[in-house]
Design a protein around this ligand. Structure first.
Ligand code: PLP
Length: 433
């Protein structure tokens, strides 16, 4: 055994940000020149508080996961109760009430006829499972198909399969040669829809079409209309292509309805959920499917089994958090809040849409995105993101621009005053930056 003094408490002369810098590698962060990471000591409603007591409005819902506010007492209580009863149990060969109840409650509120729930522990793995379900579905049917259709600029996660079906970008650059080949199409609109439909109709070995319904999140909050997506889905169906809706970001009220696919006539075969699922409290992923998909895996032949599973599959704490979050989501007050945010965003959009620095502005449900005019100066653009980020942080607002695109994606409990404060700060930034 090595020197046990090394196991003792860390150097107390350093503050948390300094200790962090010594031992932590943060996500999506160039660690060479990263600003000190802000130590957060407490969360309450839409706010998080740093060590010095400074309050921040979490205007991006902590990477889009938080829907009911931080440290929600009801969700916390449910997790605490479960923690004293059963924290986790292997989910192969065993089951538990929270997992079954969550599936029972979730399936009926999902768009279309979703019949089975497969649990994982994040959005990327929910996507991996969806892709594997589709590829193996065709294999099990004795009609192997190995191509996948996706949107340019899509984002479906950071694991290799999820990266492969995501648009190629600086995020994937180092891995492009190892990502599997995917057919990428443009977002549908009135002009290109006929061409897209004929393109899709000619596909013969495409197993599935995966998409973020109505809004491509990480791709820059790119929005498109349900009716064209519907036409695309219909064409895919005709061509025997399975449909995966990645509702990891859009699920649980984000787009104004509980799920974005509610706005579609043609419903998906498979739905991926994560982010808002537990109300932003615990990691959990869900891949749901229709009976038709599920049945293709039923066989005496062991090779037709879906051989996939994660250690923390259907973690009971995460399941009870999801049940509690669902309780809150389904209350009329929550839907009223979603509608209120939607209406206020719409007014703000009208107010600033003609501003010279607003290159584009768009809204879907509780999400509003503003594209900053950069005059095509790339050096300005690379600075702009950091300028905006720190500008809003100083004002106590967490907004993380995607390049030159600022977006608000708040917890539904945000009040009018805080929304107005954010709008005001953005208006001021339009004048000052
Ligand atoms: C965030 C996201 C994912 C990945 O989820 P993680 O939990 O971060 O792995 C997948 N799809 C979409 C649409 C997302 O926004």
């Amino acid at each position: 055994m090595s020197d046990t003094s090394k196991l003792q408490t860390p150097n107390s002369k350093l503050n948390l940000a300094e200790r962090d810098k010594k031992v932590i590698w943060h996500p999506y962060t160039q660690m060479k020149n990263a600003l000190p990471h802000i130590p957060i000591v407490k969360g309450e409603g839409v706010y998080v508080f740093d060590e010095d007591g400074k309050k921040y409005i979490d205007a991006v819902s902590s990477w889009w996961v938080n829907i009911h506010g931080h440290a929600h007492p009801y969700i916390a209580q449910k997790i605490a109760e479960q923690l004293n009863v059963l924290e986790h149990v292997i989910f192969a060969g065993f089951t538990h009430e929270p997992a079954v109840l969550l599936a029972e409650r979730l399936l009926p509120v999902l768009p279309g006829k979703q019949e089975k729930v497969f649990y994982t522990d994040n959005g990327s793995t929910a996507v991996e499972v969806a892709l594997k379900m589709c590829l193996q579905y065709w294999d099990n049917k004795g009609k192997p198909k190995n191509r996948i259709l996706a949107f340019k600029n899509a984002y479906h996660g950071d694991t290799f399969g999820a990266m492969s079906v995501s648009g190629r970008s600086i995020f994937t650059d180092a891995f492009n040669s190892l990502l599997f080949d995917v057919d990428f199409i443009d977002l549908p609109n009135a002009e290109n829809i006929p061409a897209l439909i004929s393109q899709v109709s000619n596909l013969t070995d495409t197993a599935c079409f995966i998409f973020e319904p109505l809004i491509l999140g990480s791709g820059g909050m790119l929005m498109y209309e349900a009716k064209y997506l519907d036409e695309l889905i219909a064409a895919c169906r005709k061509a025997g292509i399975l449909i995966i809706a990645d509702e990891v970001m859009t699920g649980f009220g984000r787009t104004g309805t509980y799920f974005a696919c509610e706005k579609l006539v043609h419903k998906p075969d498979i739905i991926c959920l994560s982010k808002g699922l537990t109300g932003g409290t615990m990691p959990l992923g869900v891949t749901t499917c229709t009976e038709e998909i599920f049945e293709a895996f039923l066989s005496e032949d062991k090779l037709k089994t879906l051989y996939h599973g994660h250690s923390f599959t259907a973690n009971p704490l995460a399941c009870v958090a999801s049940l509690a979050s669902l309780d809150i989501l389904l209350q009329p007050e929550t839907l009223a809040n979603i509608k209120r945010i939607e209406a206020k965003h719409a007014v703000f959009l009208q107010e600033i849409k003609t501003h010279a620095k607003v290159k584009a502005i768009r809204q879907t449900g509780t999400i509003i995105a503003i594209e900053w005019e950069t005059g095509n100066e790339t050096s300005y653009l690379s600075n702009l993101r950091n300028l905006l980020y720190t500008y809003f942080l100083e004002k106590g607002i967490i907004l993380r621009p995607l390049g030159n695109i600022i977006y608000i994606l708040p917890p539904y409990v945000i009040n009018d005053a805080d929304l107005d404060y954010i709008y005001g700060a953005i208006k001021q930034a339009l004048e000052e930056i």
